[in-house]
Structure formats: C-alpha cells, structure tokens
Design a protein around this ligand. Structure first.
Ligand code: SF4
Ligand code: SF4
Length: 379
C-alpha cells in the first residue's frame, strides 16, 4: 500500500486515518520504493494507493509514479488499485487510470442524508460528481459503506440504495480507533455486525444477479476453499506493507502515521529479515501465537486466522502502549456468519444427495439461488 499523504479534505466523524498538514510523497520516494522492491521478494505485487486522500498527490505525481512502478517492476507483475473519495477526480486523471486499468474503491455510506450525517455535509454530492467522471471513462468503481452504531438502524435503506443505483457494495464495520479519545462512539458491536452479515447474505441470495456484495462473496469462498481470501482472514503480517509519505514502512495502512509502528524506511532498502526483526513485527507476531492457542478449538480457524491484528490491539491505560491481549473482537460476528454459511451449505448438500438417491425433489429443494451459487460466482 502506498500512502501518498494522510491529508484529506473531508471530515468523516469516525475516521482515524487522516492527519491535517500531512506532507505529500515525492516522486523520489516512489523511485526508492521501486529500487527497494527490485530485489525484495519475487512474488507478484499489488500496489494500492490509499490515504488520507491519495488524489491530493495530483495528476503529475501519478503520471510519473505509475509507469515507474509498472515498467521498472515488470518482473513482479504489478497490479494497481486506488481507494479515494473521488472529490478530486478529473477527466485527465480518469483517462490516466483507465490507461492503467486501475479499479477504484470509494466510500459512500448510503443515501445522501445518512451519508452526510456520518461523513459531513456535501460529501455525497462531491463523491457522486467524481463517480460520474470515473464512469464516463469506463473505470470500475466499487463502494465501501461504513456501518456504524448509528447507520445500522437503516441497513435496509442502505442496501436498497446500493441495489437501486446499480452500485457494488463492500461493507466496513466502524472500528474503535487506537487514536481516538472516544473510540467506541461510532463503533459497531460484534453482535450487530453478525446480524448485518446475515441480513446481507439473505439479500444477496435474493439479488445475486443485480449486485456484487464483496464481503459475502469472500466469506462464502472462505468456507468453500477452507482458506482466507482477504487479508482479515489470513496471517497478513509480512505479506502486507504500507509506505507512508516520507518512505516509512508500516505493517499495514492502518498504522501509518504512528511512529511506534515504523518498521524501516524504503530509502534504506531493508531486507525481509530486517523488517522481521523490527519492534512492530515482533509485537504483531504475538498475534499469530494468540490465534494458535485461543482459536485452536474453533472450526473456522483455517479460514479466519483470528481476524485482523489491528482490531485486536488494545491500548493499556497504565503504560499508554498498545498490546495484543486476544484475537479480533469481531470474532462473535465471524462465528455467526461462518456457522450460518456452513449450516446452509450442509443443508444444500443433503438436499441434493436426497434428490440423487430418491430421484425426486426433496422438500428442502430451493427455487432461489443457494449458498453454492455465491461460492461459485466469479469475482
Ligand atoms: S492489519 Fe488488518 S487490515 Fe491490515 S493487512 Fe492485516 S488484516 Fe488487513
Ligand atoms: S471465529 Fe473467532 S475463535 Fe474462530 S478463528 Fe475466528 S477469531 Fe478465532
């Protein structure tokens, strides 16, 4: 992940990943990222531009950065992506992103009223303006909708908004932040998150040809393949890194801007071993150990892996330092949804087996798409 700046023009109530006055990454830092990665590892790499708001870096930055990353690191088969609120999207930028086939992730929390209540007045209009520009250049745009303790009461309105406007949806549960003085205010409880996932699973099955619901796709595919398909459900540490505006390397974008999580700097070209020896890497390795013991008896351990280590960090009020004392607090939600998917899958299997043996439709035969149709849906 490349974080060109932590600056952001919007002021979303629950956001913890922006910082006023943050510097913007120079093109020399991109050159150093390229030099560092030339001999770092040999697996394919995905570069996701994230923020803050990455479009603040401007057209000239991307005009130079994209060919550097793609051409100089050709041997790593680089894929590109960007996460932006789209406010600064222009025809010029959209044309450039179309040239590099960059999929766009943006953020919208539902209909204008709900969205602007959480993300600030005028947000909806500015994002939709950028979306129209991106669409005019045939860019693929998906939206992340952050569900909070407030918006959870409007889940039907939010889902219907995405469905009726032909927008793909990925959901994000609002998290207590490590940097916020009132971290729980907007946070979605694990129980409510579990209920939301089940609601969305049902809605997805009703509307599978009309909308893409990425989280539900990933959760079903996890159960089907018995392995995690997104970072939350694999041992992410060591496979994800984020580079901040000054070239500092962090374990993930969620830590950017927190000095105690700096693992090294791209200007020093650290090796894999150098990063493994850093303090944040040692702290986060503890998470894996916790998972291996705390989740040992869980049926879902192979494709959950304890969830996200950032979520598991808790600030110790005495030392004022973050510690890992358990697994991802969304464990309750993960158990609810993995159980539901597994139960429905087993029911579908026994129903098909009964049809095979008895040559007739059983009572449970469904006329609407079942879990298998999500598991086999290409994404
Ligand atoms: S810390 Fe969480 S968000 Fe970051 S890469 Fe790991 S699982 Fe993903
Ligand atoms: S569902 Fe909970 S107990 Fe099971 S692996 Fe995930 S975090 Fe661990």
């Amino acid at each position: 992940m490349i974080i060109p700046t932590l600056g952001c023009p919007s002021n979303c109530s629950y956001c913890w990943s922006s910082e006023e006055g943050s510097p913007v990454m120079s093109i020399e830092t991109i050159e150093e990222i390229v030099n560092w990665l030339k001999d770092f590892r040999s697996e394919p790499v995905t570069f996701t531009f994230h923020g803050g708001e990455p479009l603040l870096a401007g057209y000239d930055f991307y005009k130079k950065a994209l060919p550097l990353l793609v051409n100089e690191l050709n041997h790593l088969k680089p894929a590109l992506a960007i996460q932006t609120n789209l406010w600064y999207m222009t025809d010029e930028l959209a044309e450039l992103f179309a040239e590099y086939k960059i999929p766009i992730g943006s953020s919208l929390d539902g209909p204008e009223e709900i969205n602007d209540y959480q993300r600030g007045e005028g947000y909806f209009e500015r994002t939709m303006r950028g979306y129209e520009i991106a669409k005019a250049h045939d860019l693929k745009v998906s939206f992340i909708s952050t569900f909070t303790s407030y918006s959870i009461d409007f889940m039907e309105d939010i889902f219907n908004f995405f469905l009726e406007n032909d927008l793909n949806l990925k959901l994000h549960p609002s998290l207590p932040s490590l940097r916020d003085e009132n971290p729980e205010k907007w946070a979605l409880s694990p129980e409510k998150y579990g209920e939301l996932l089940i609601y969305l699973l049902d809605q997805y099955l009703e509307n599978i040809d009309r909308i893409e619901l990425k989280n539900i796709d990933h959760l079903c595919k996890n159960v089907f393949t018995r392995r995690g398909t997104v970072c939350t459900f694999v041992d992410c540490m060591g496979d994800t890194f984020a580079v901040g505006p000054d070239g500092s390397i962090y374990p993930c974008y969620r830590f950017v801007g927190m000095p105690e999580y700096v693992m090294g700097n791209v200007h020093d070209h650290p090796t894999v071993e150098d990063l493994e020896k850093s303090k944040p890497a040692i702290l986060l390795q503890e998470f894996k150990d916790h998972v291996d013991t705390e989740c040992a008896d869980c049926n879902y351990i192979k494709f959950c892996r304890g969830g996200c280590p950032y979520n598991a960090l808790k600030v110790n009020n005495e030392t004022n330092k973050a510690e890992i004392k358990g697994v991802d607090p969304h464990c309750t939600a993960y158990k609810i949804i993995f159980k539901e998917i597994t139960d429905r899958l087993n029911k579908e299997f026994s129903s098909s087996a009964s049809m095979m043996f008895h040559g007739s439709k059983s009572e449970n035969t469904q006329s609407k798409p079942g879990i298998m149709s999500i598991m086999l849906k290409p994404i």
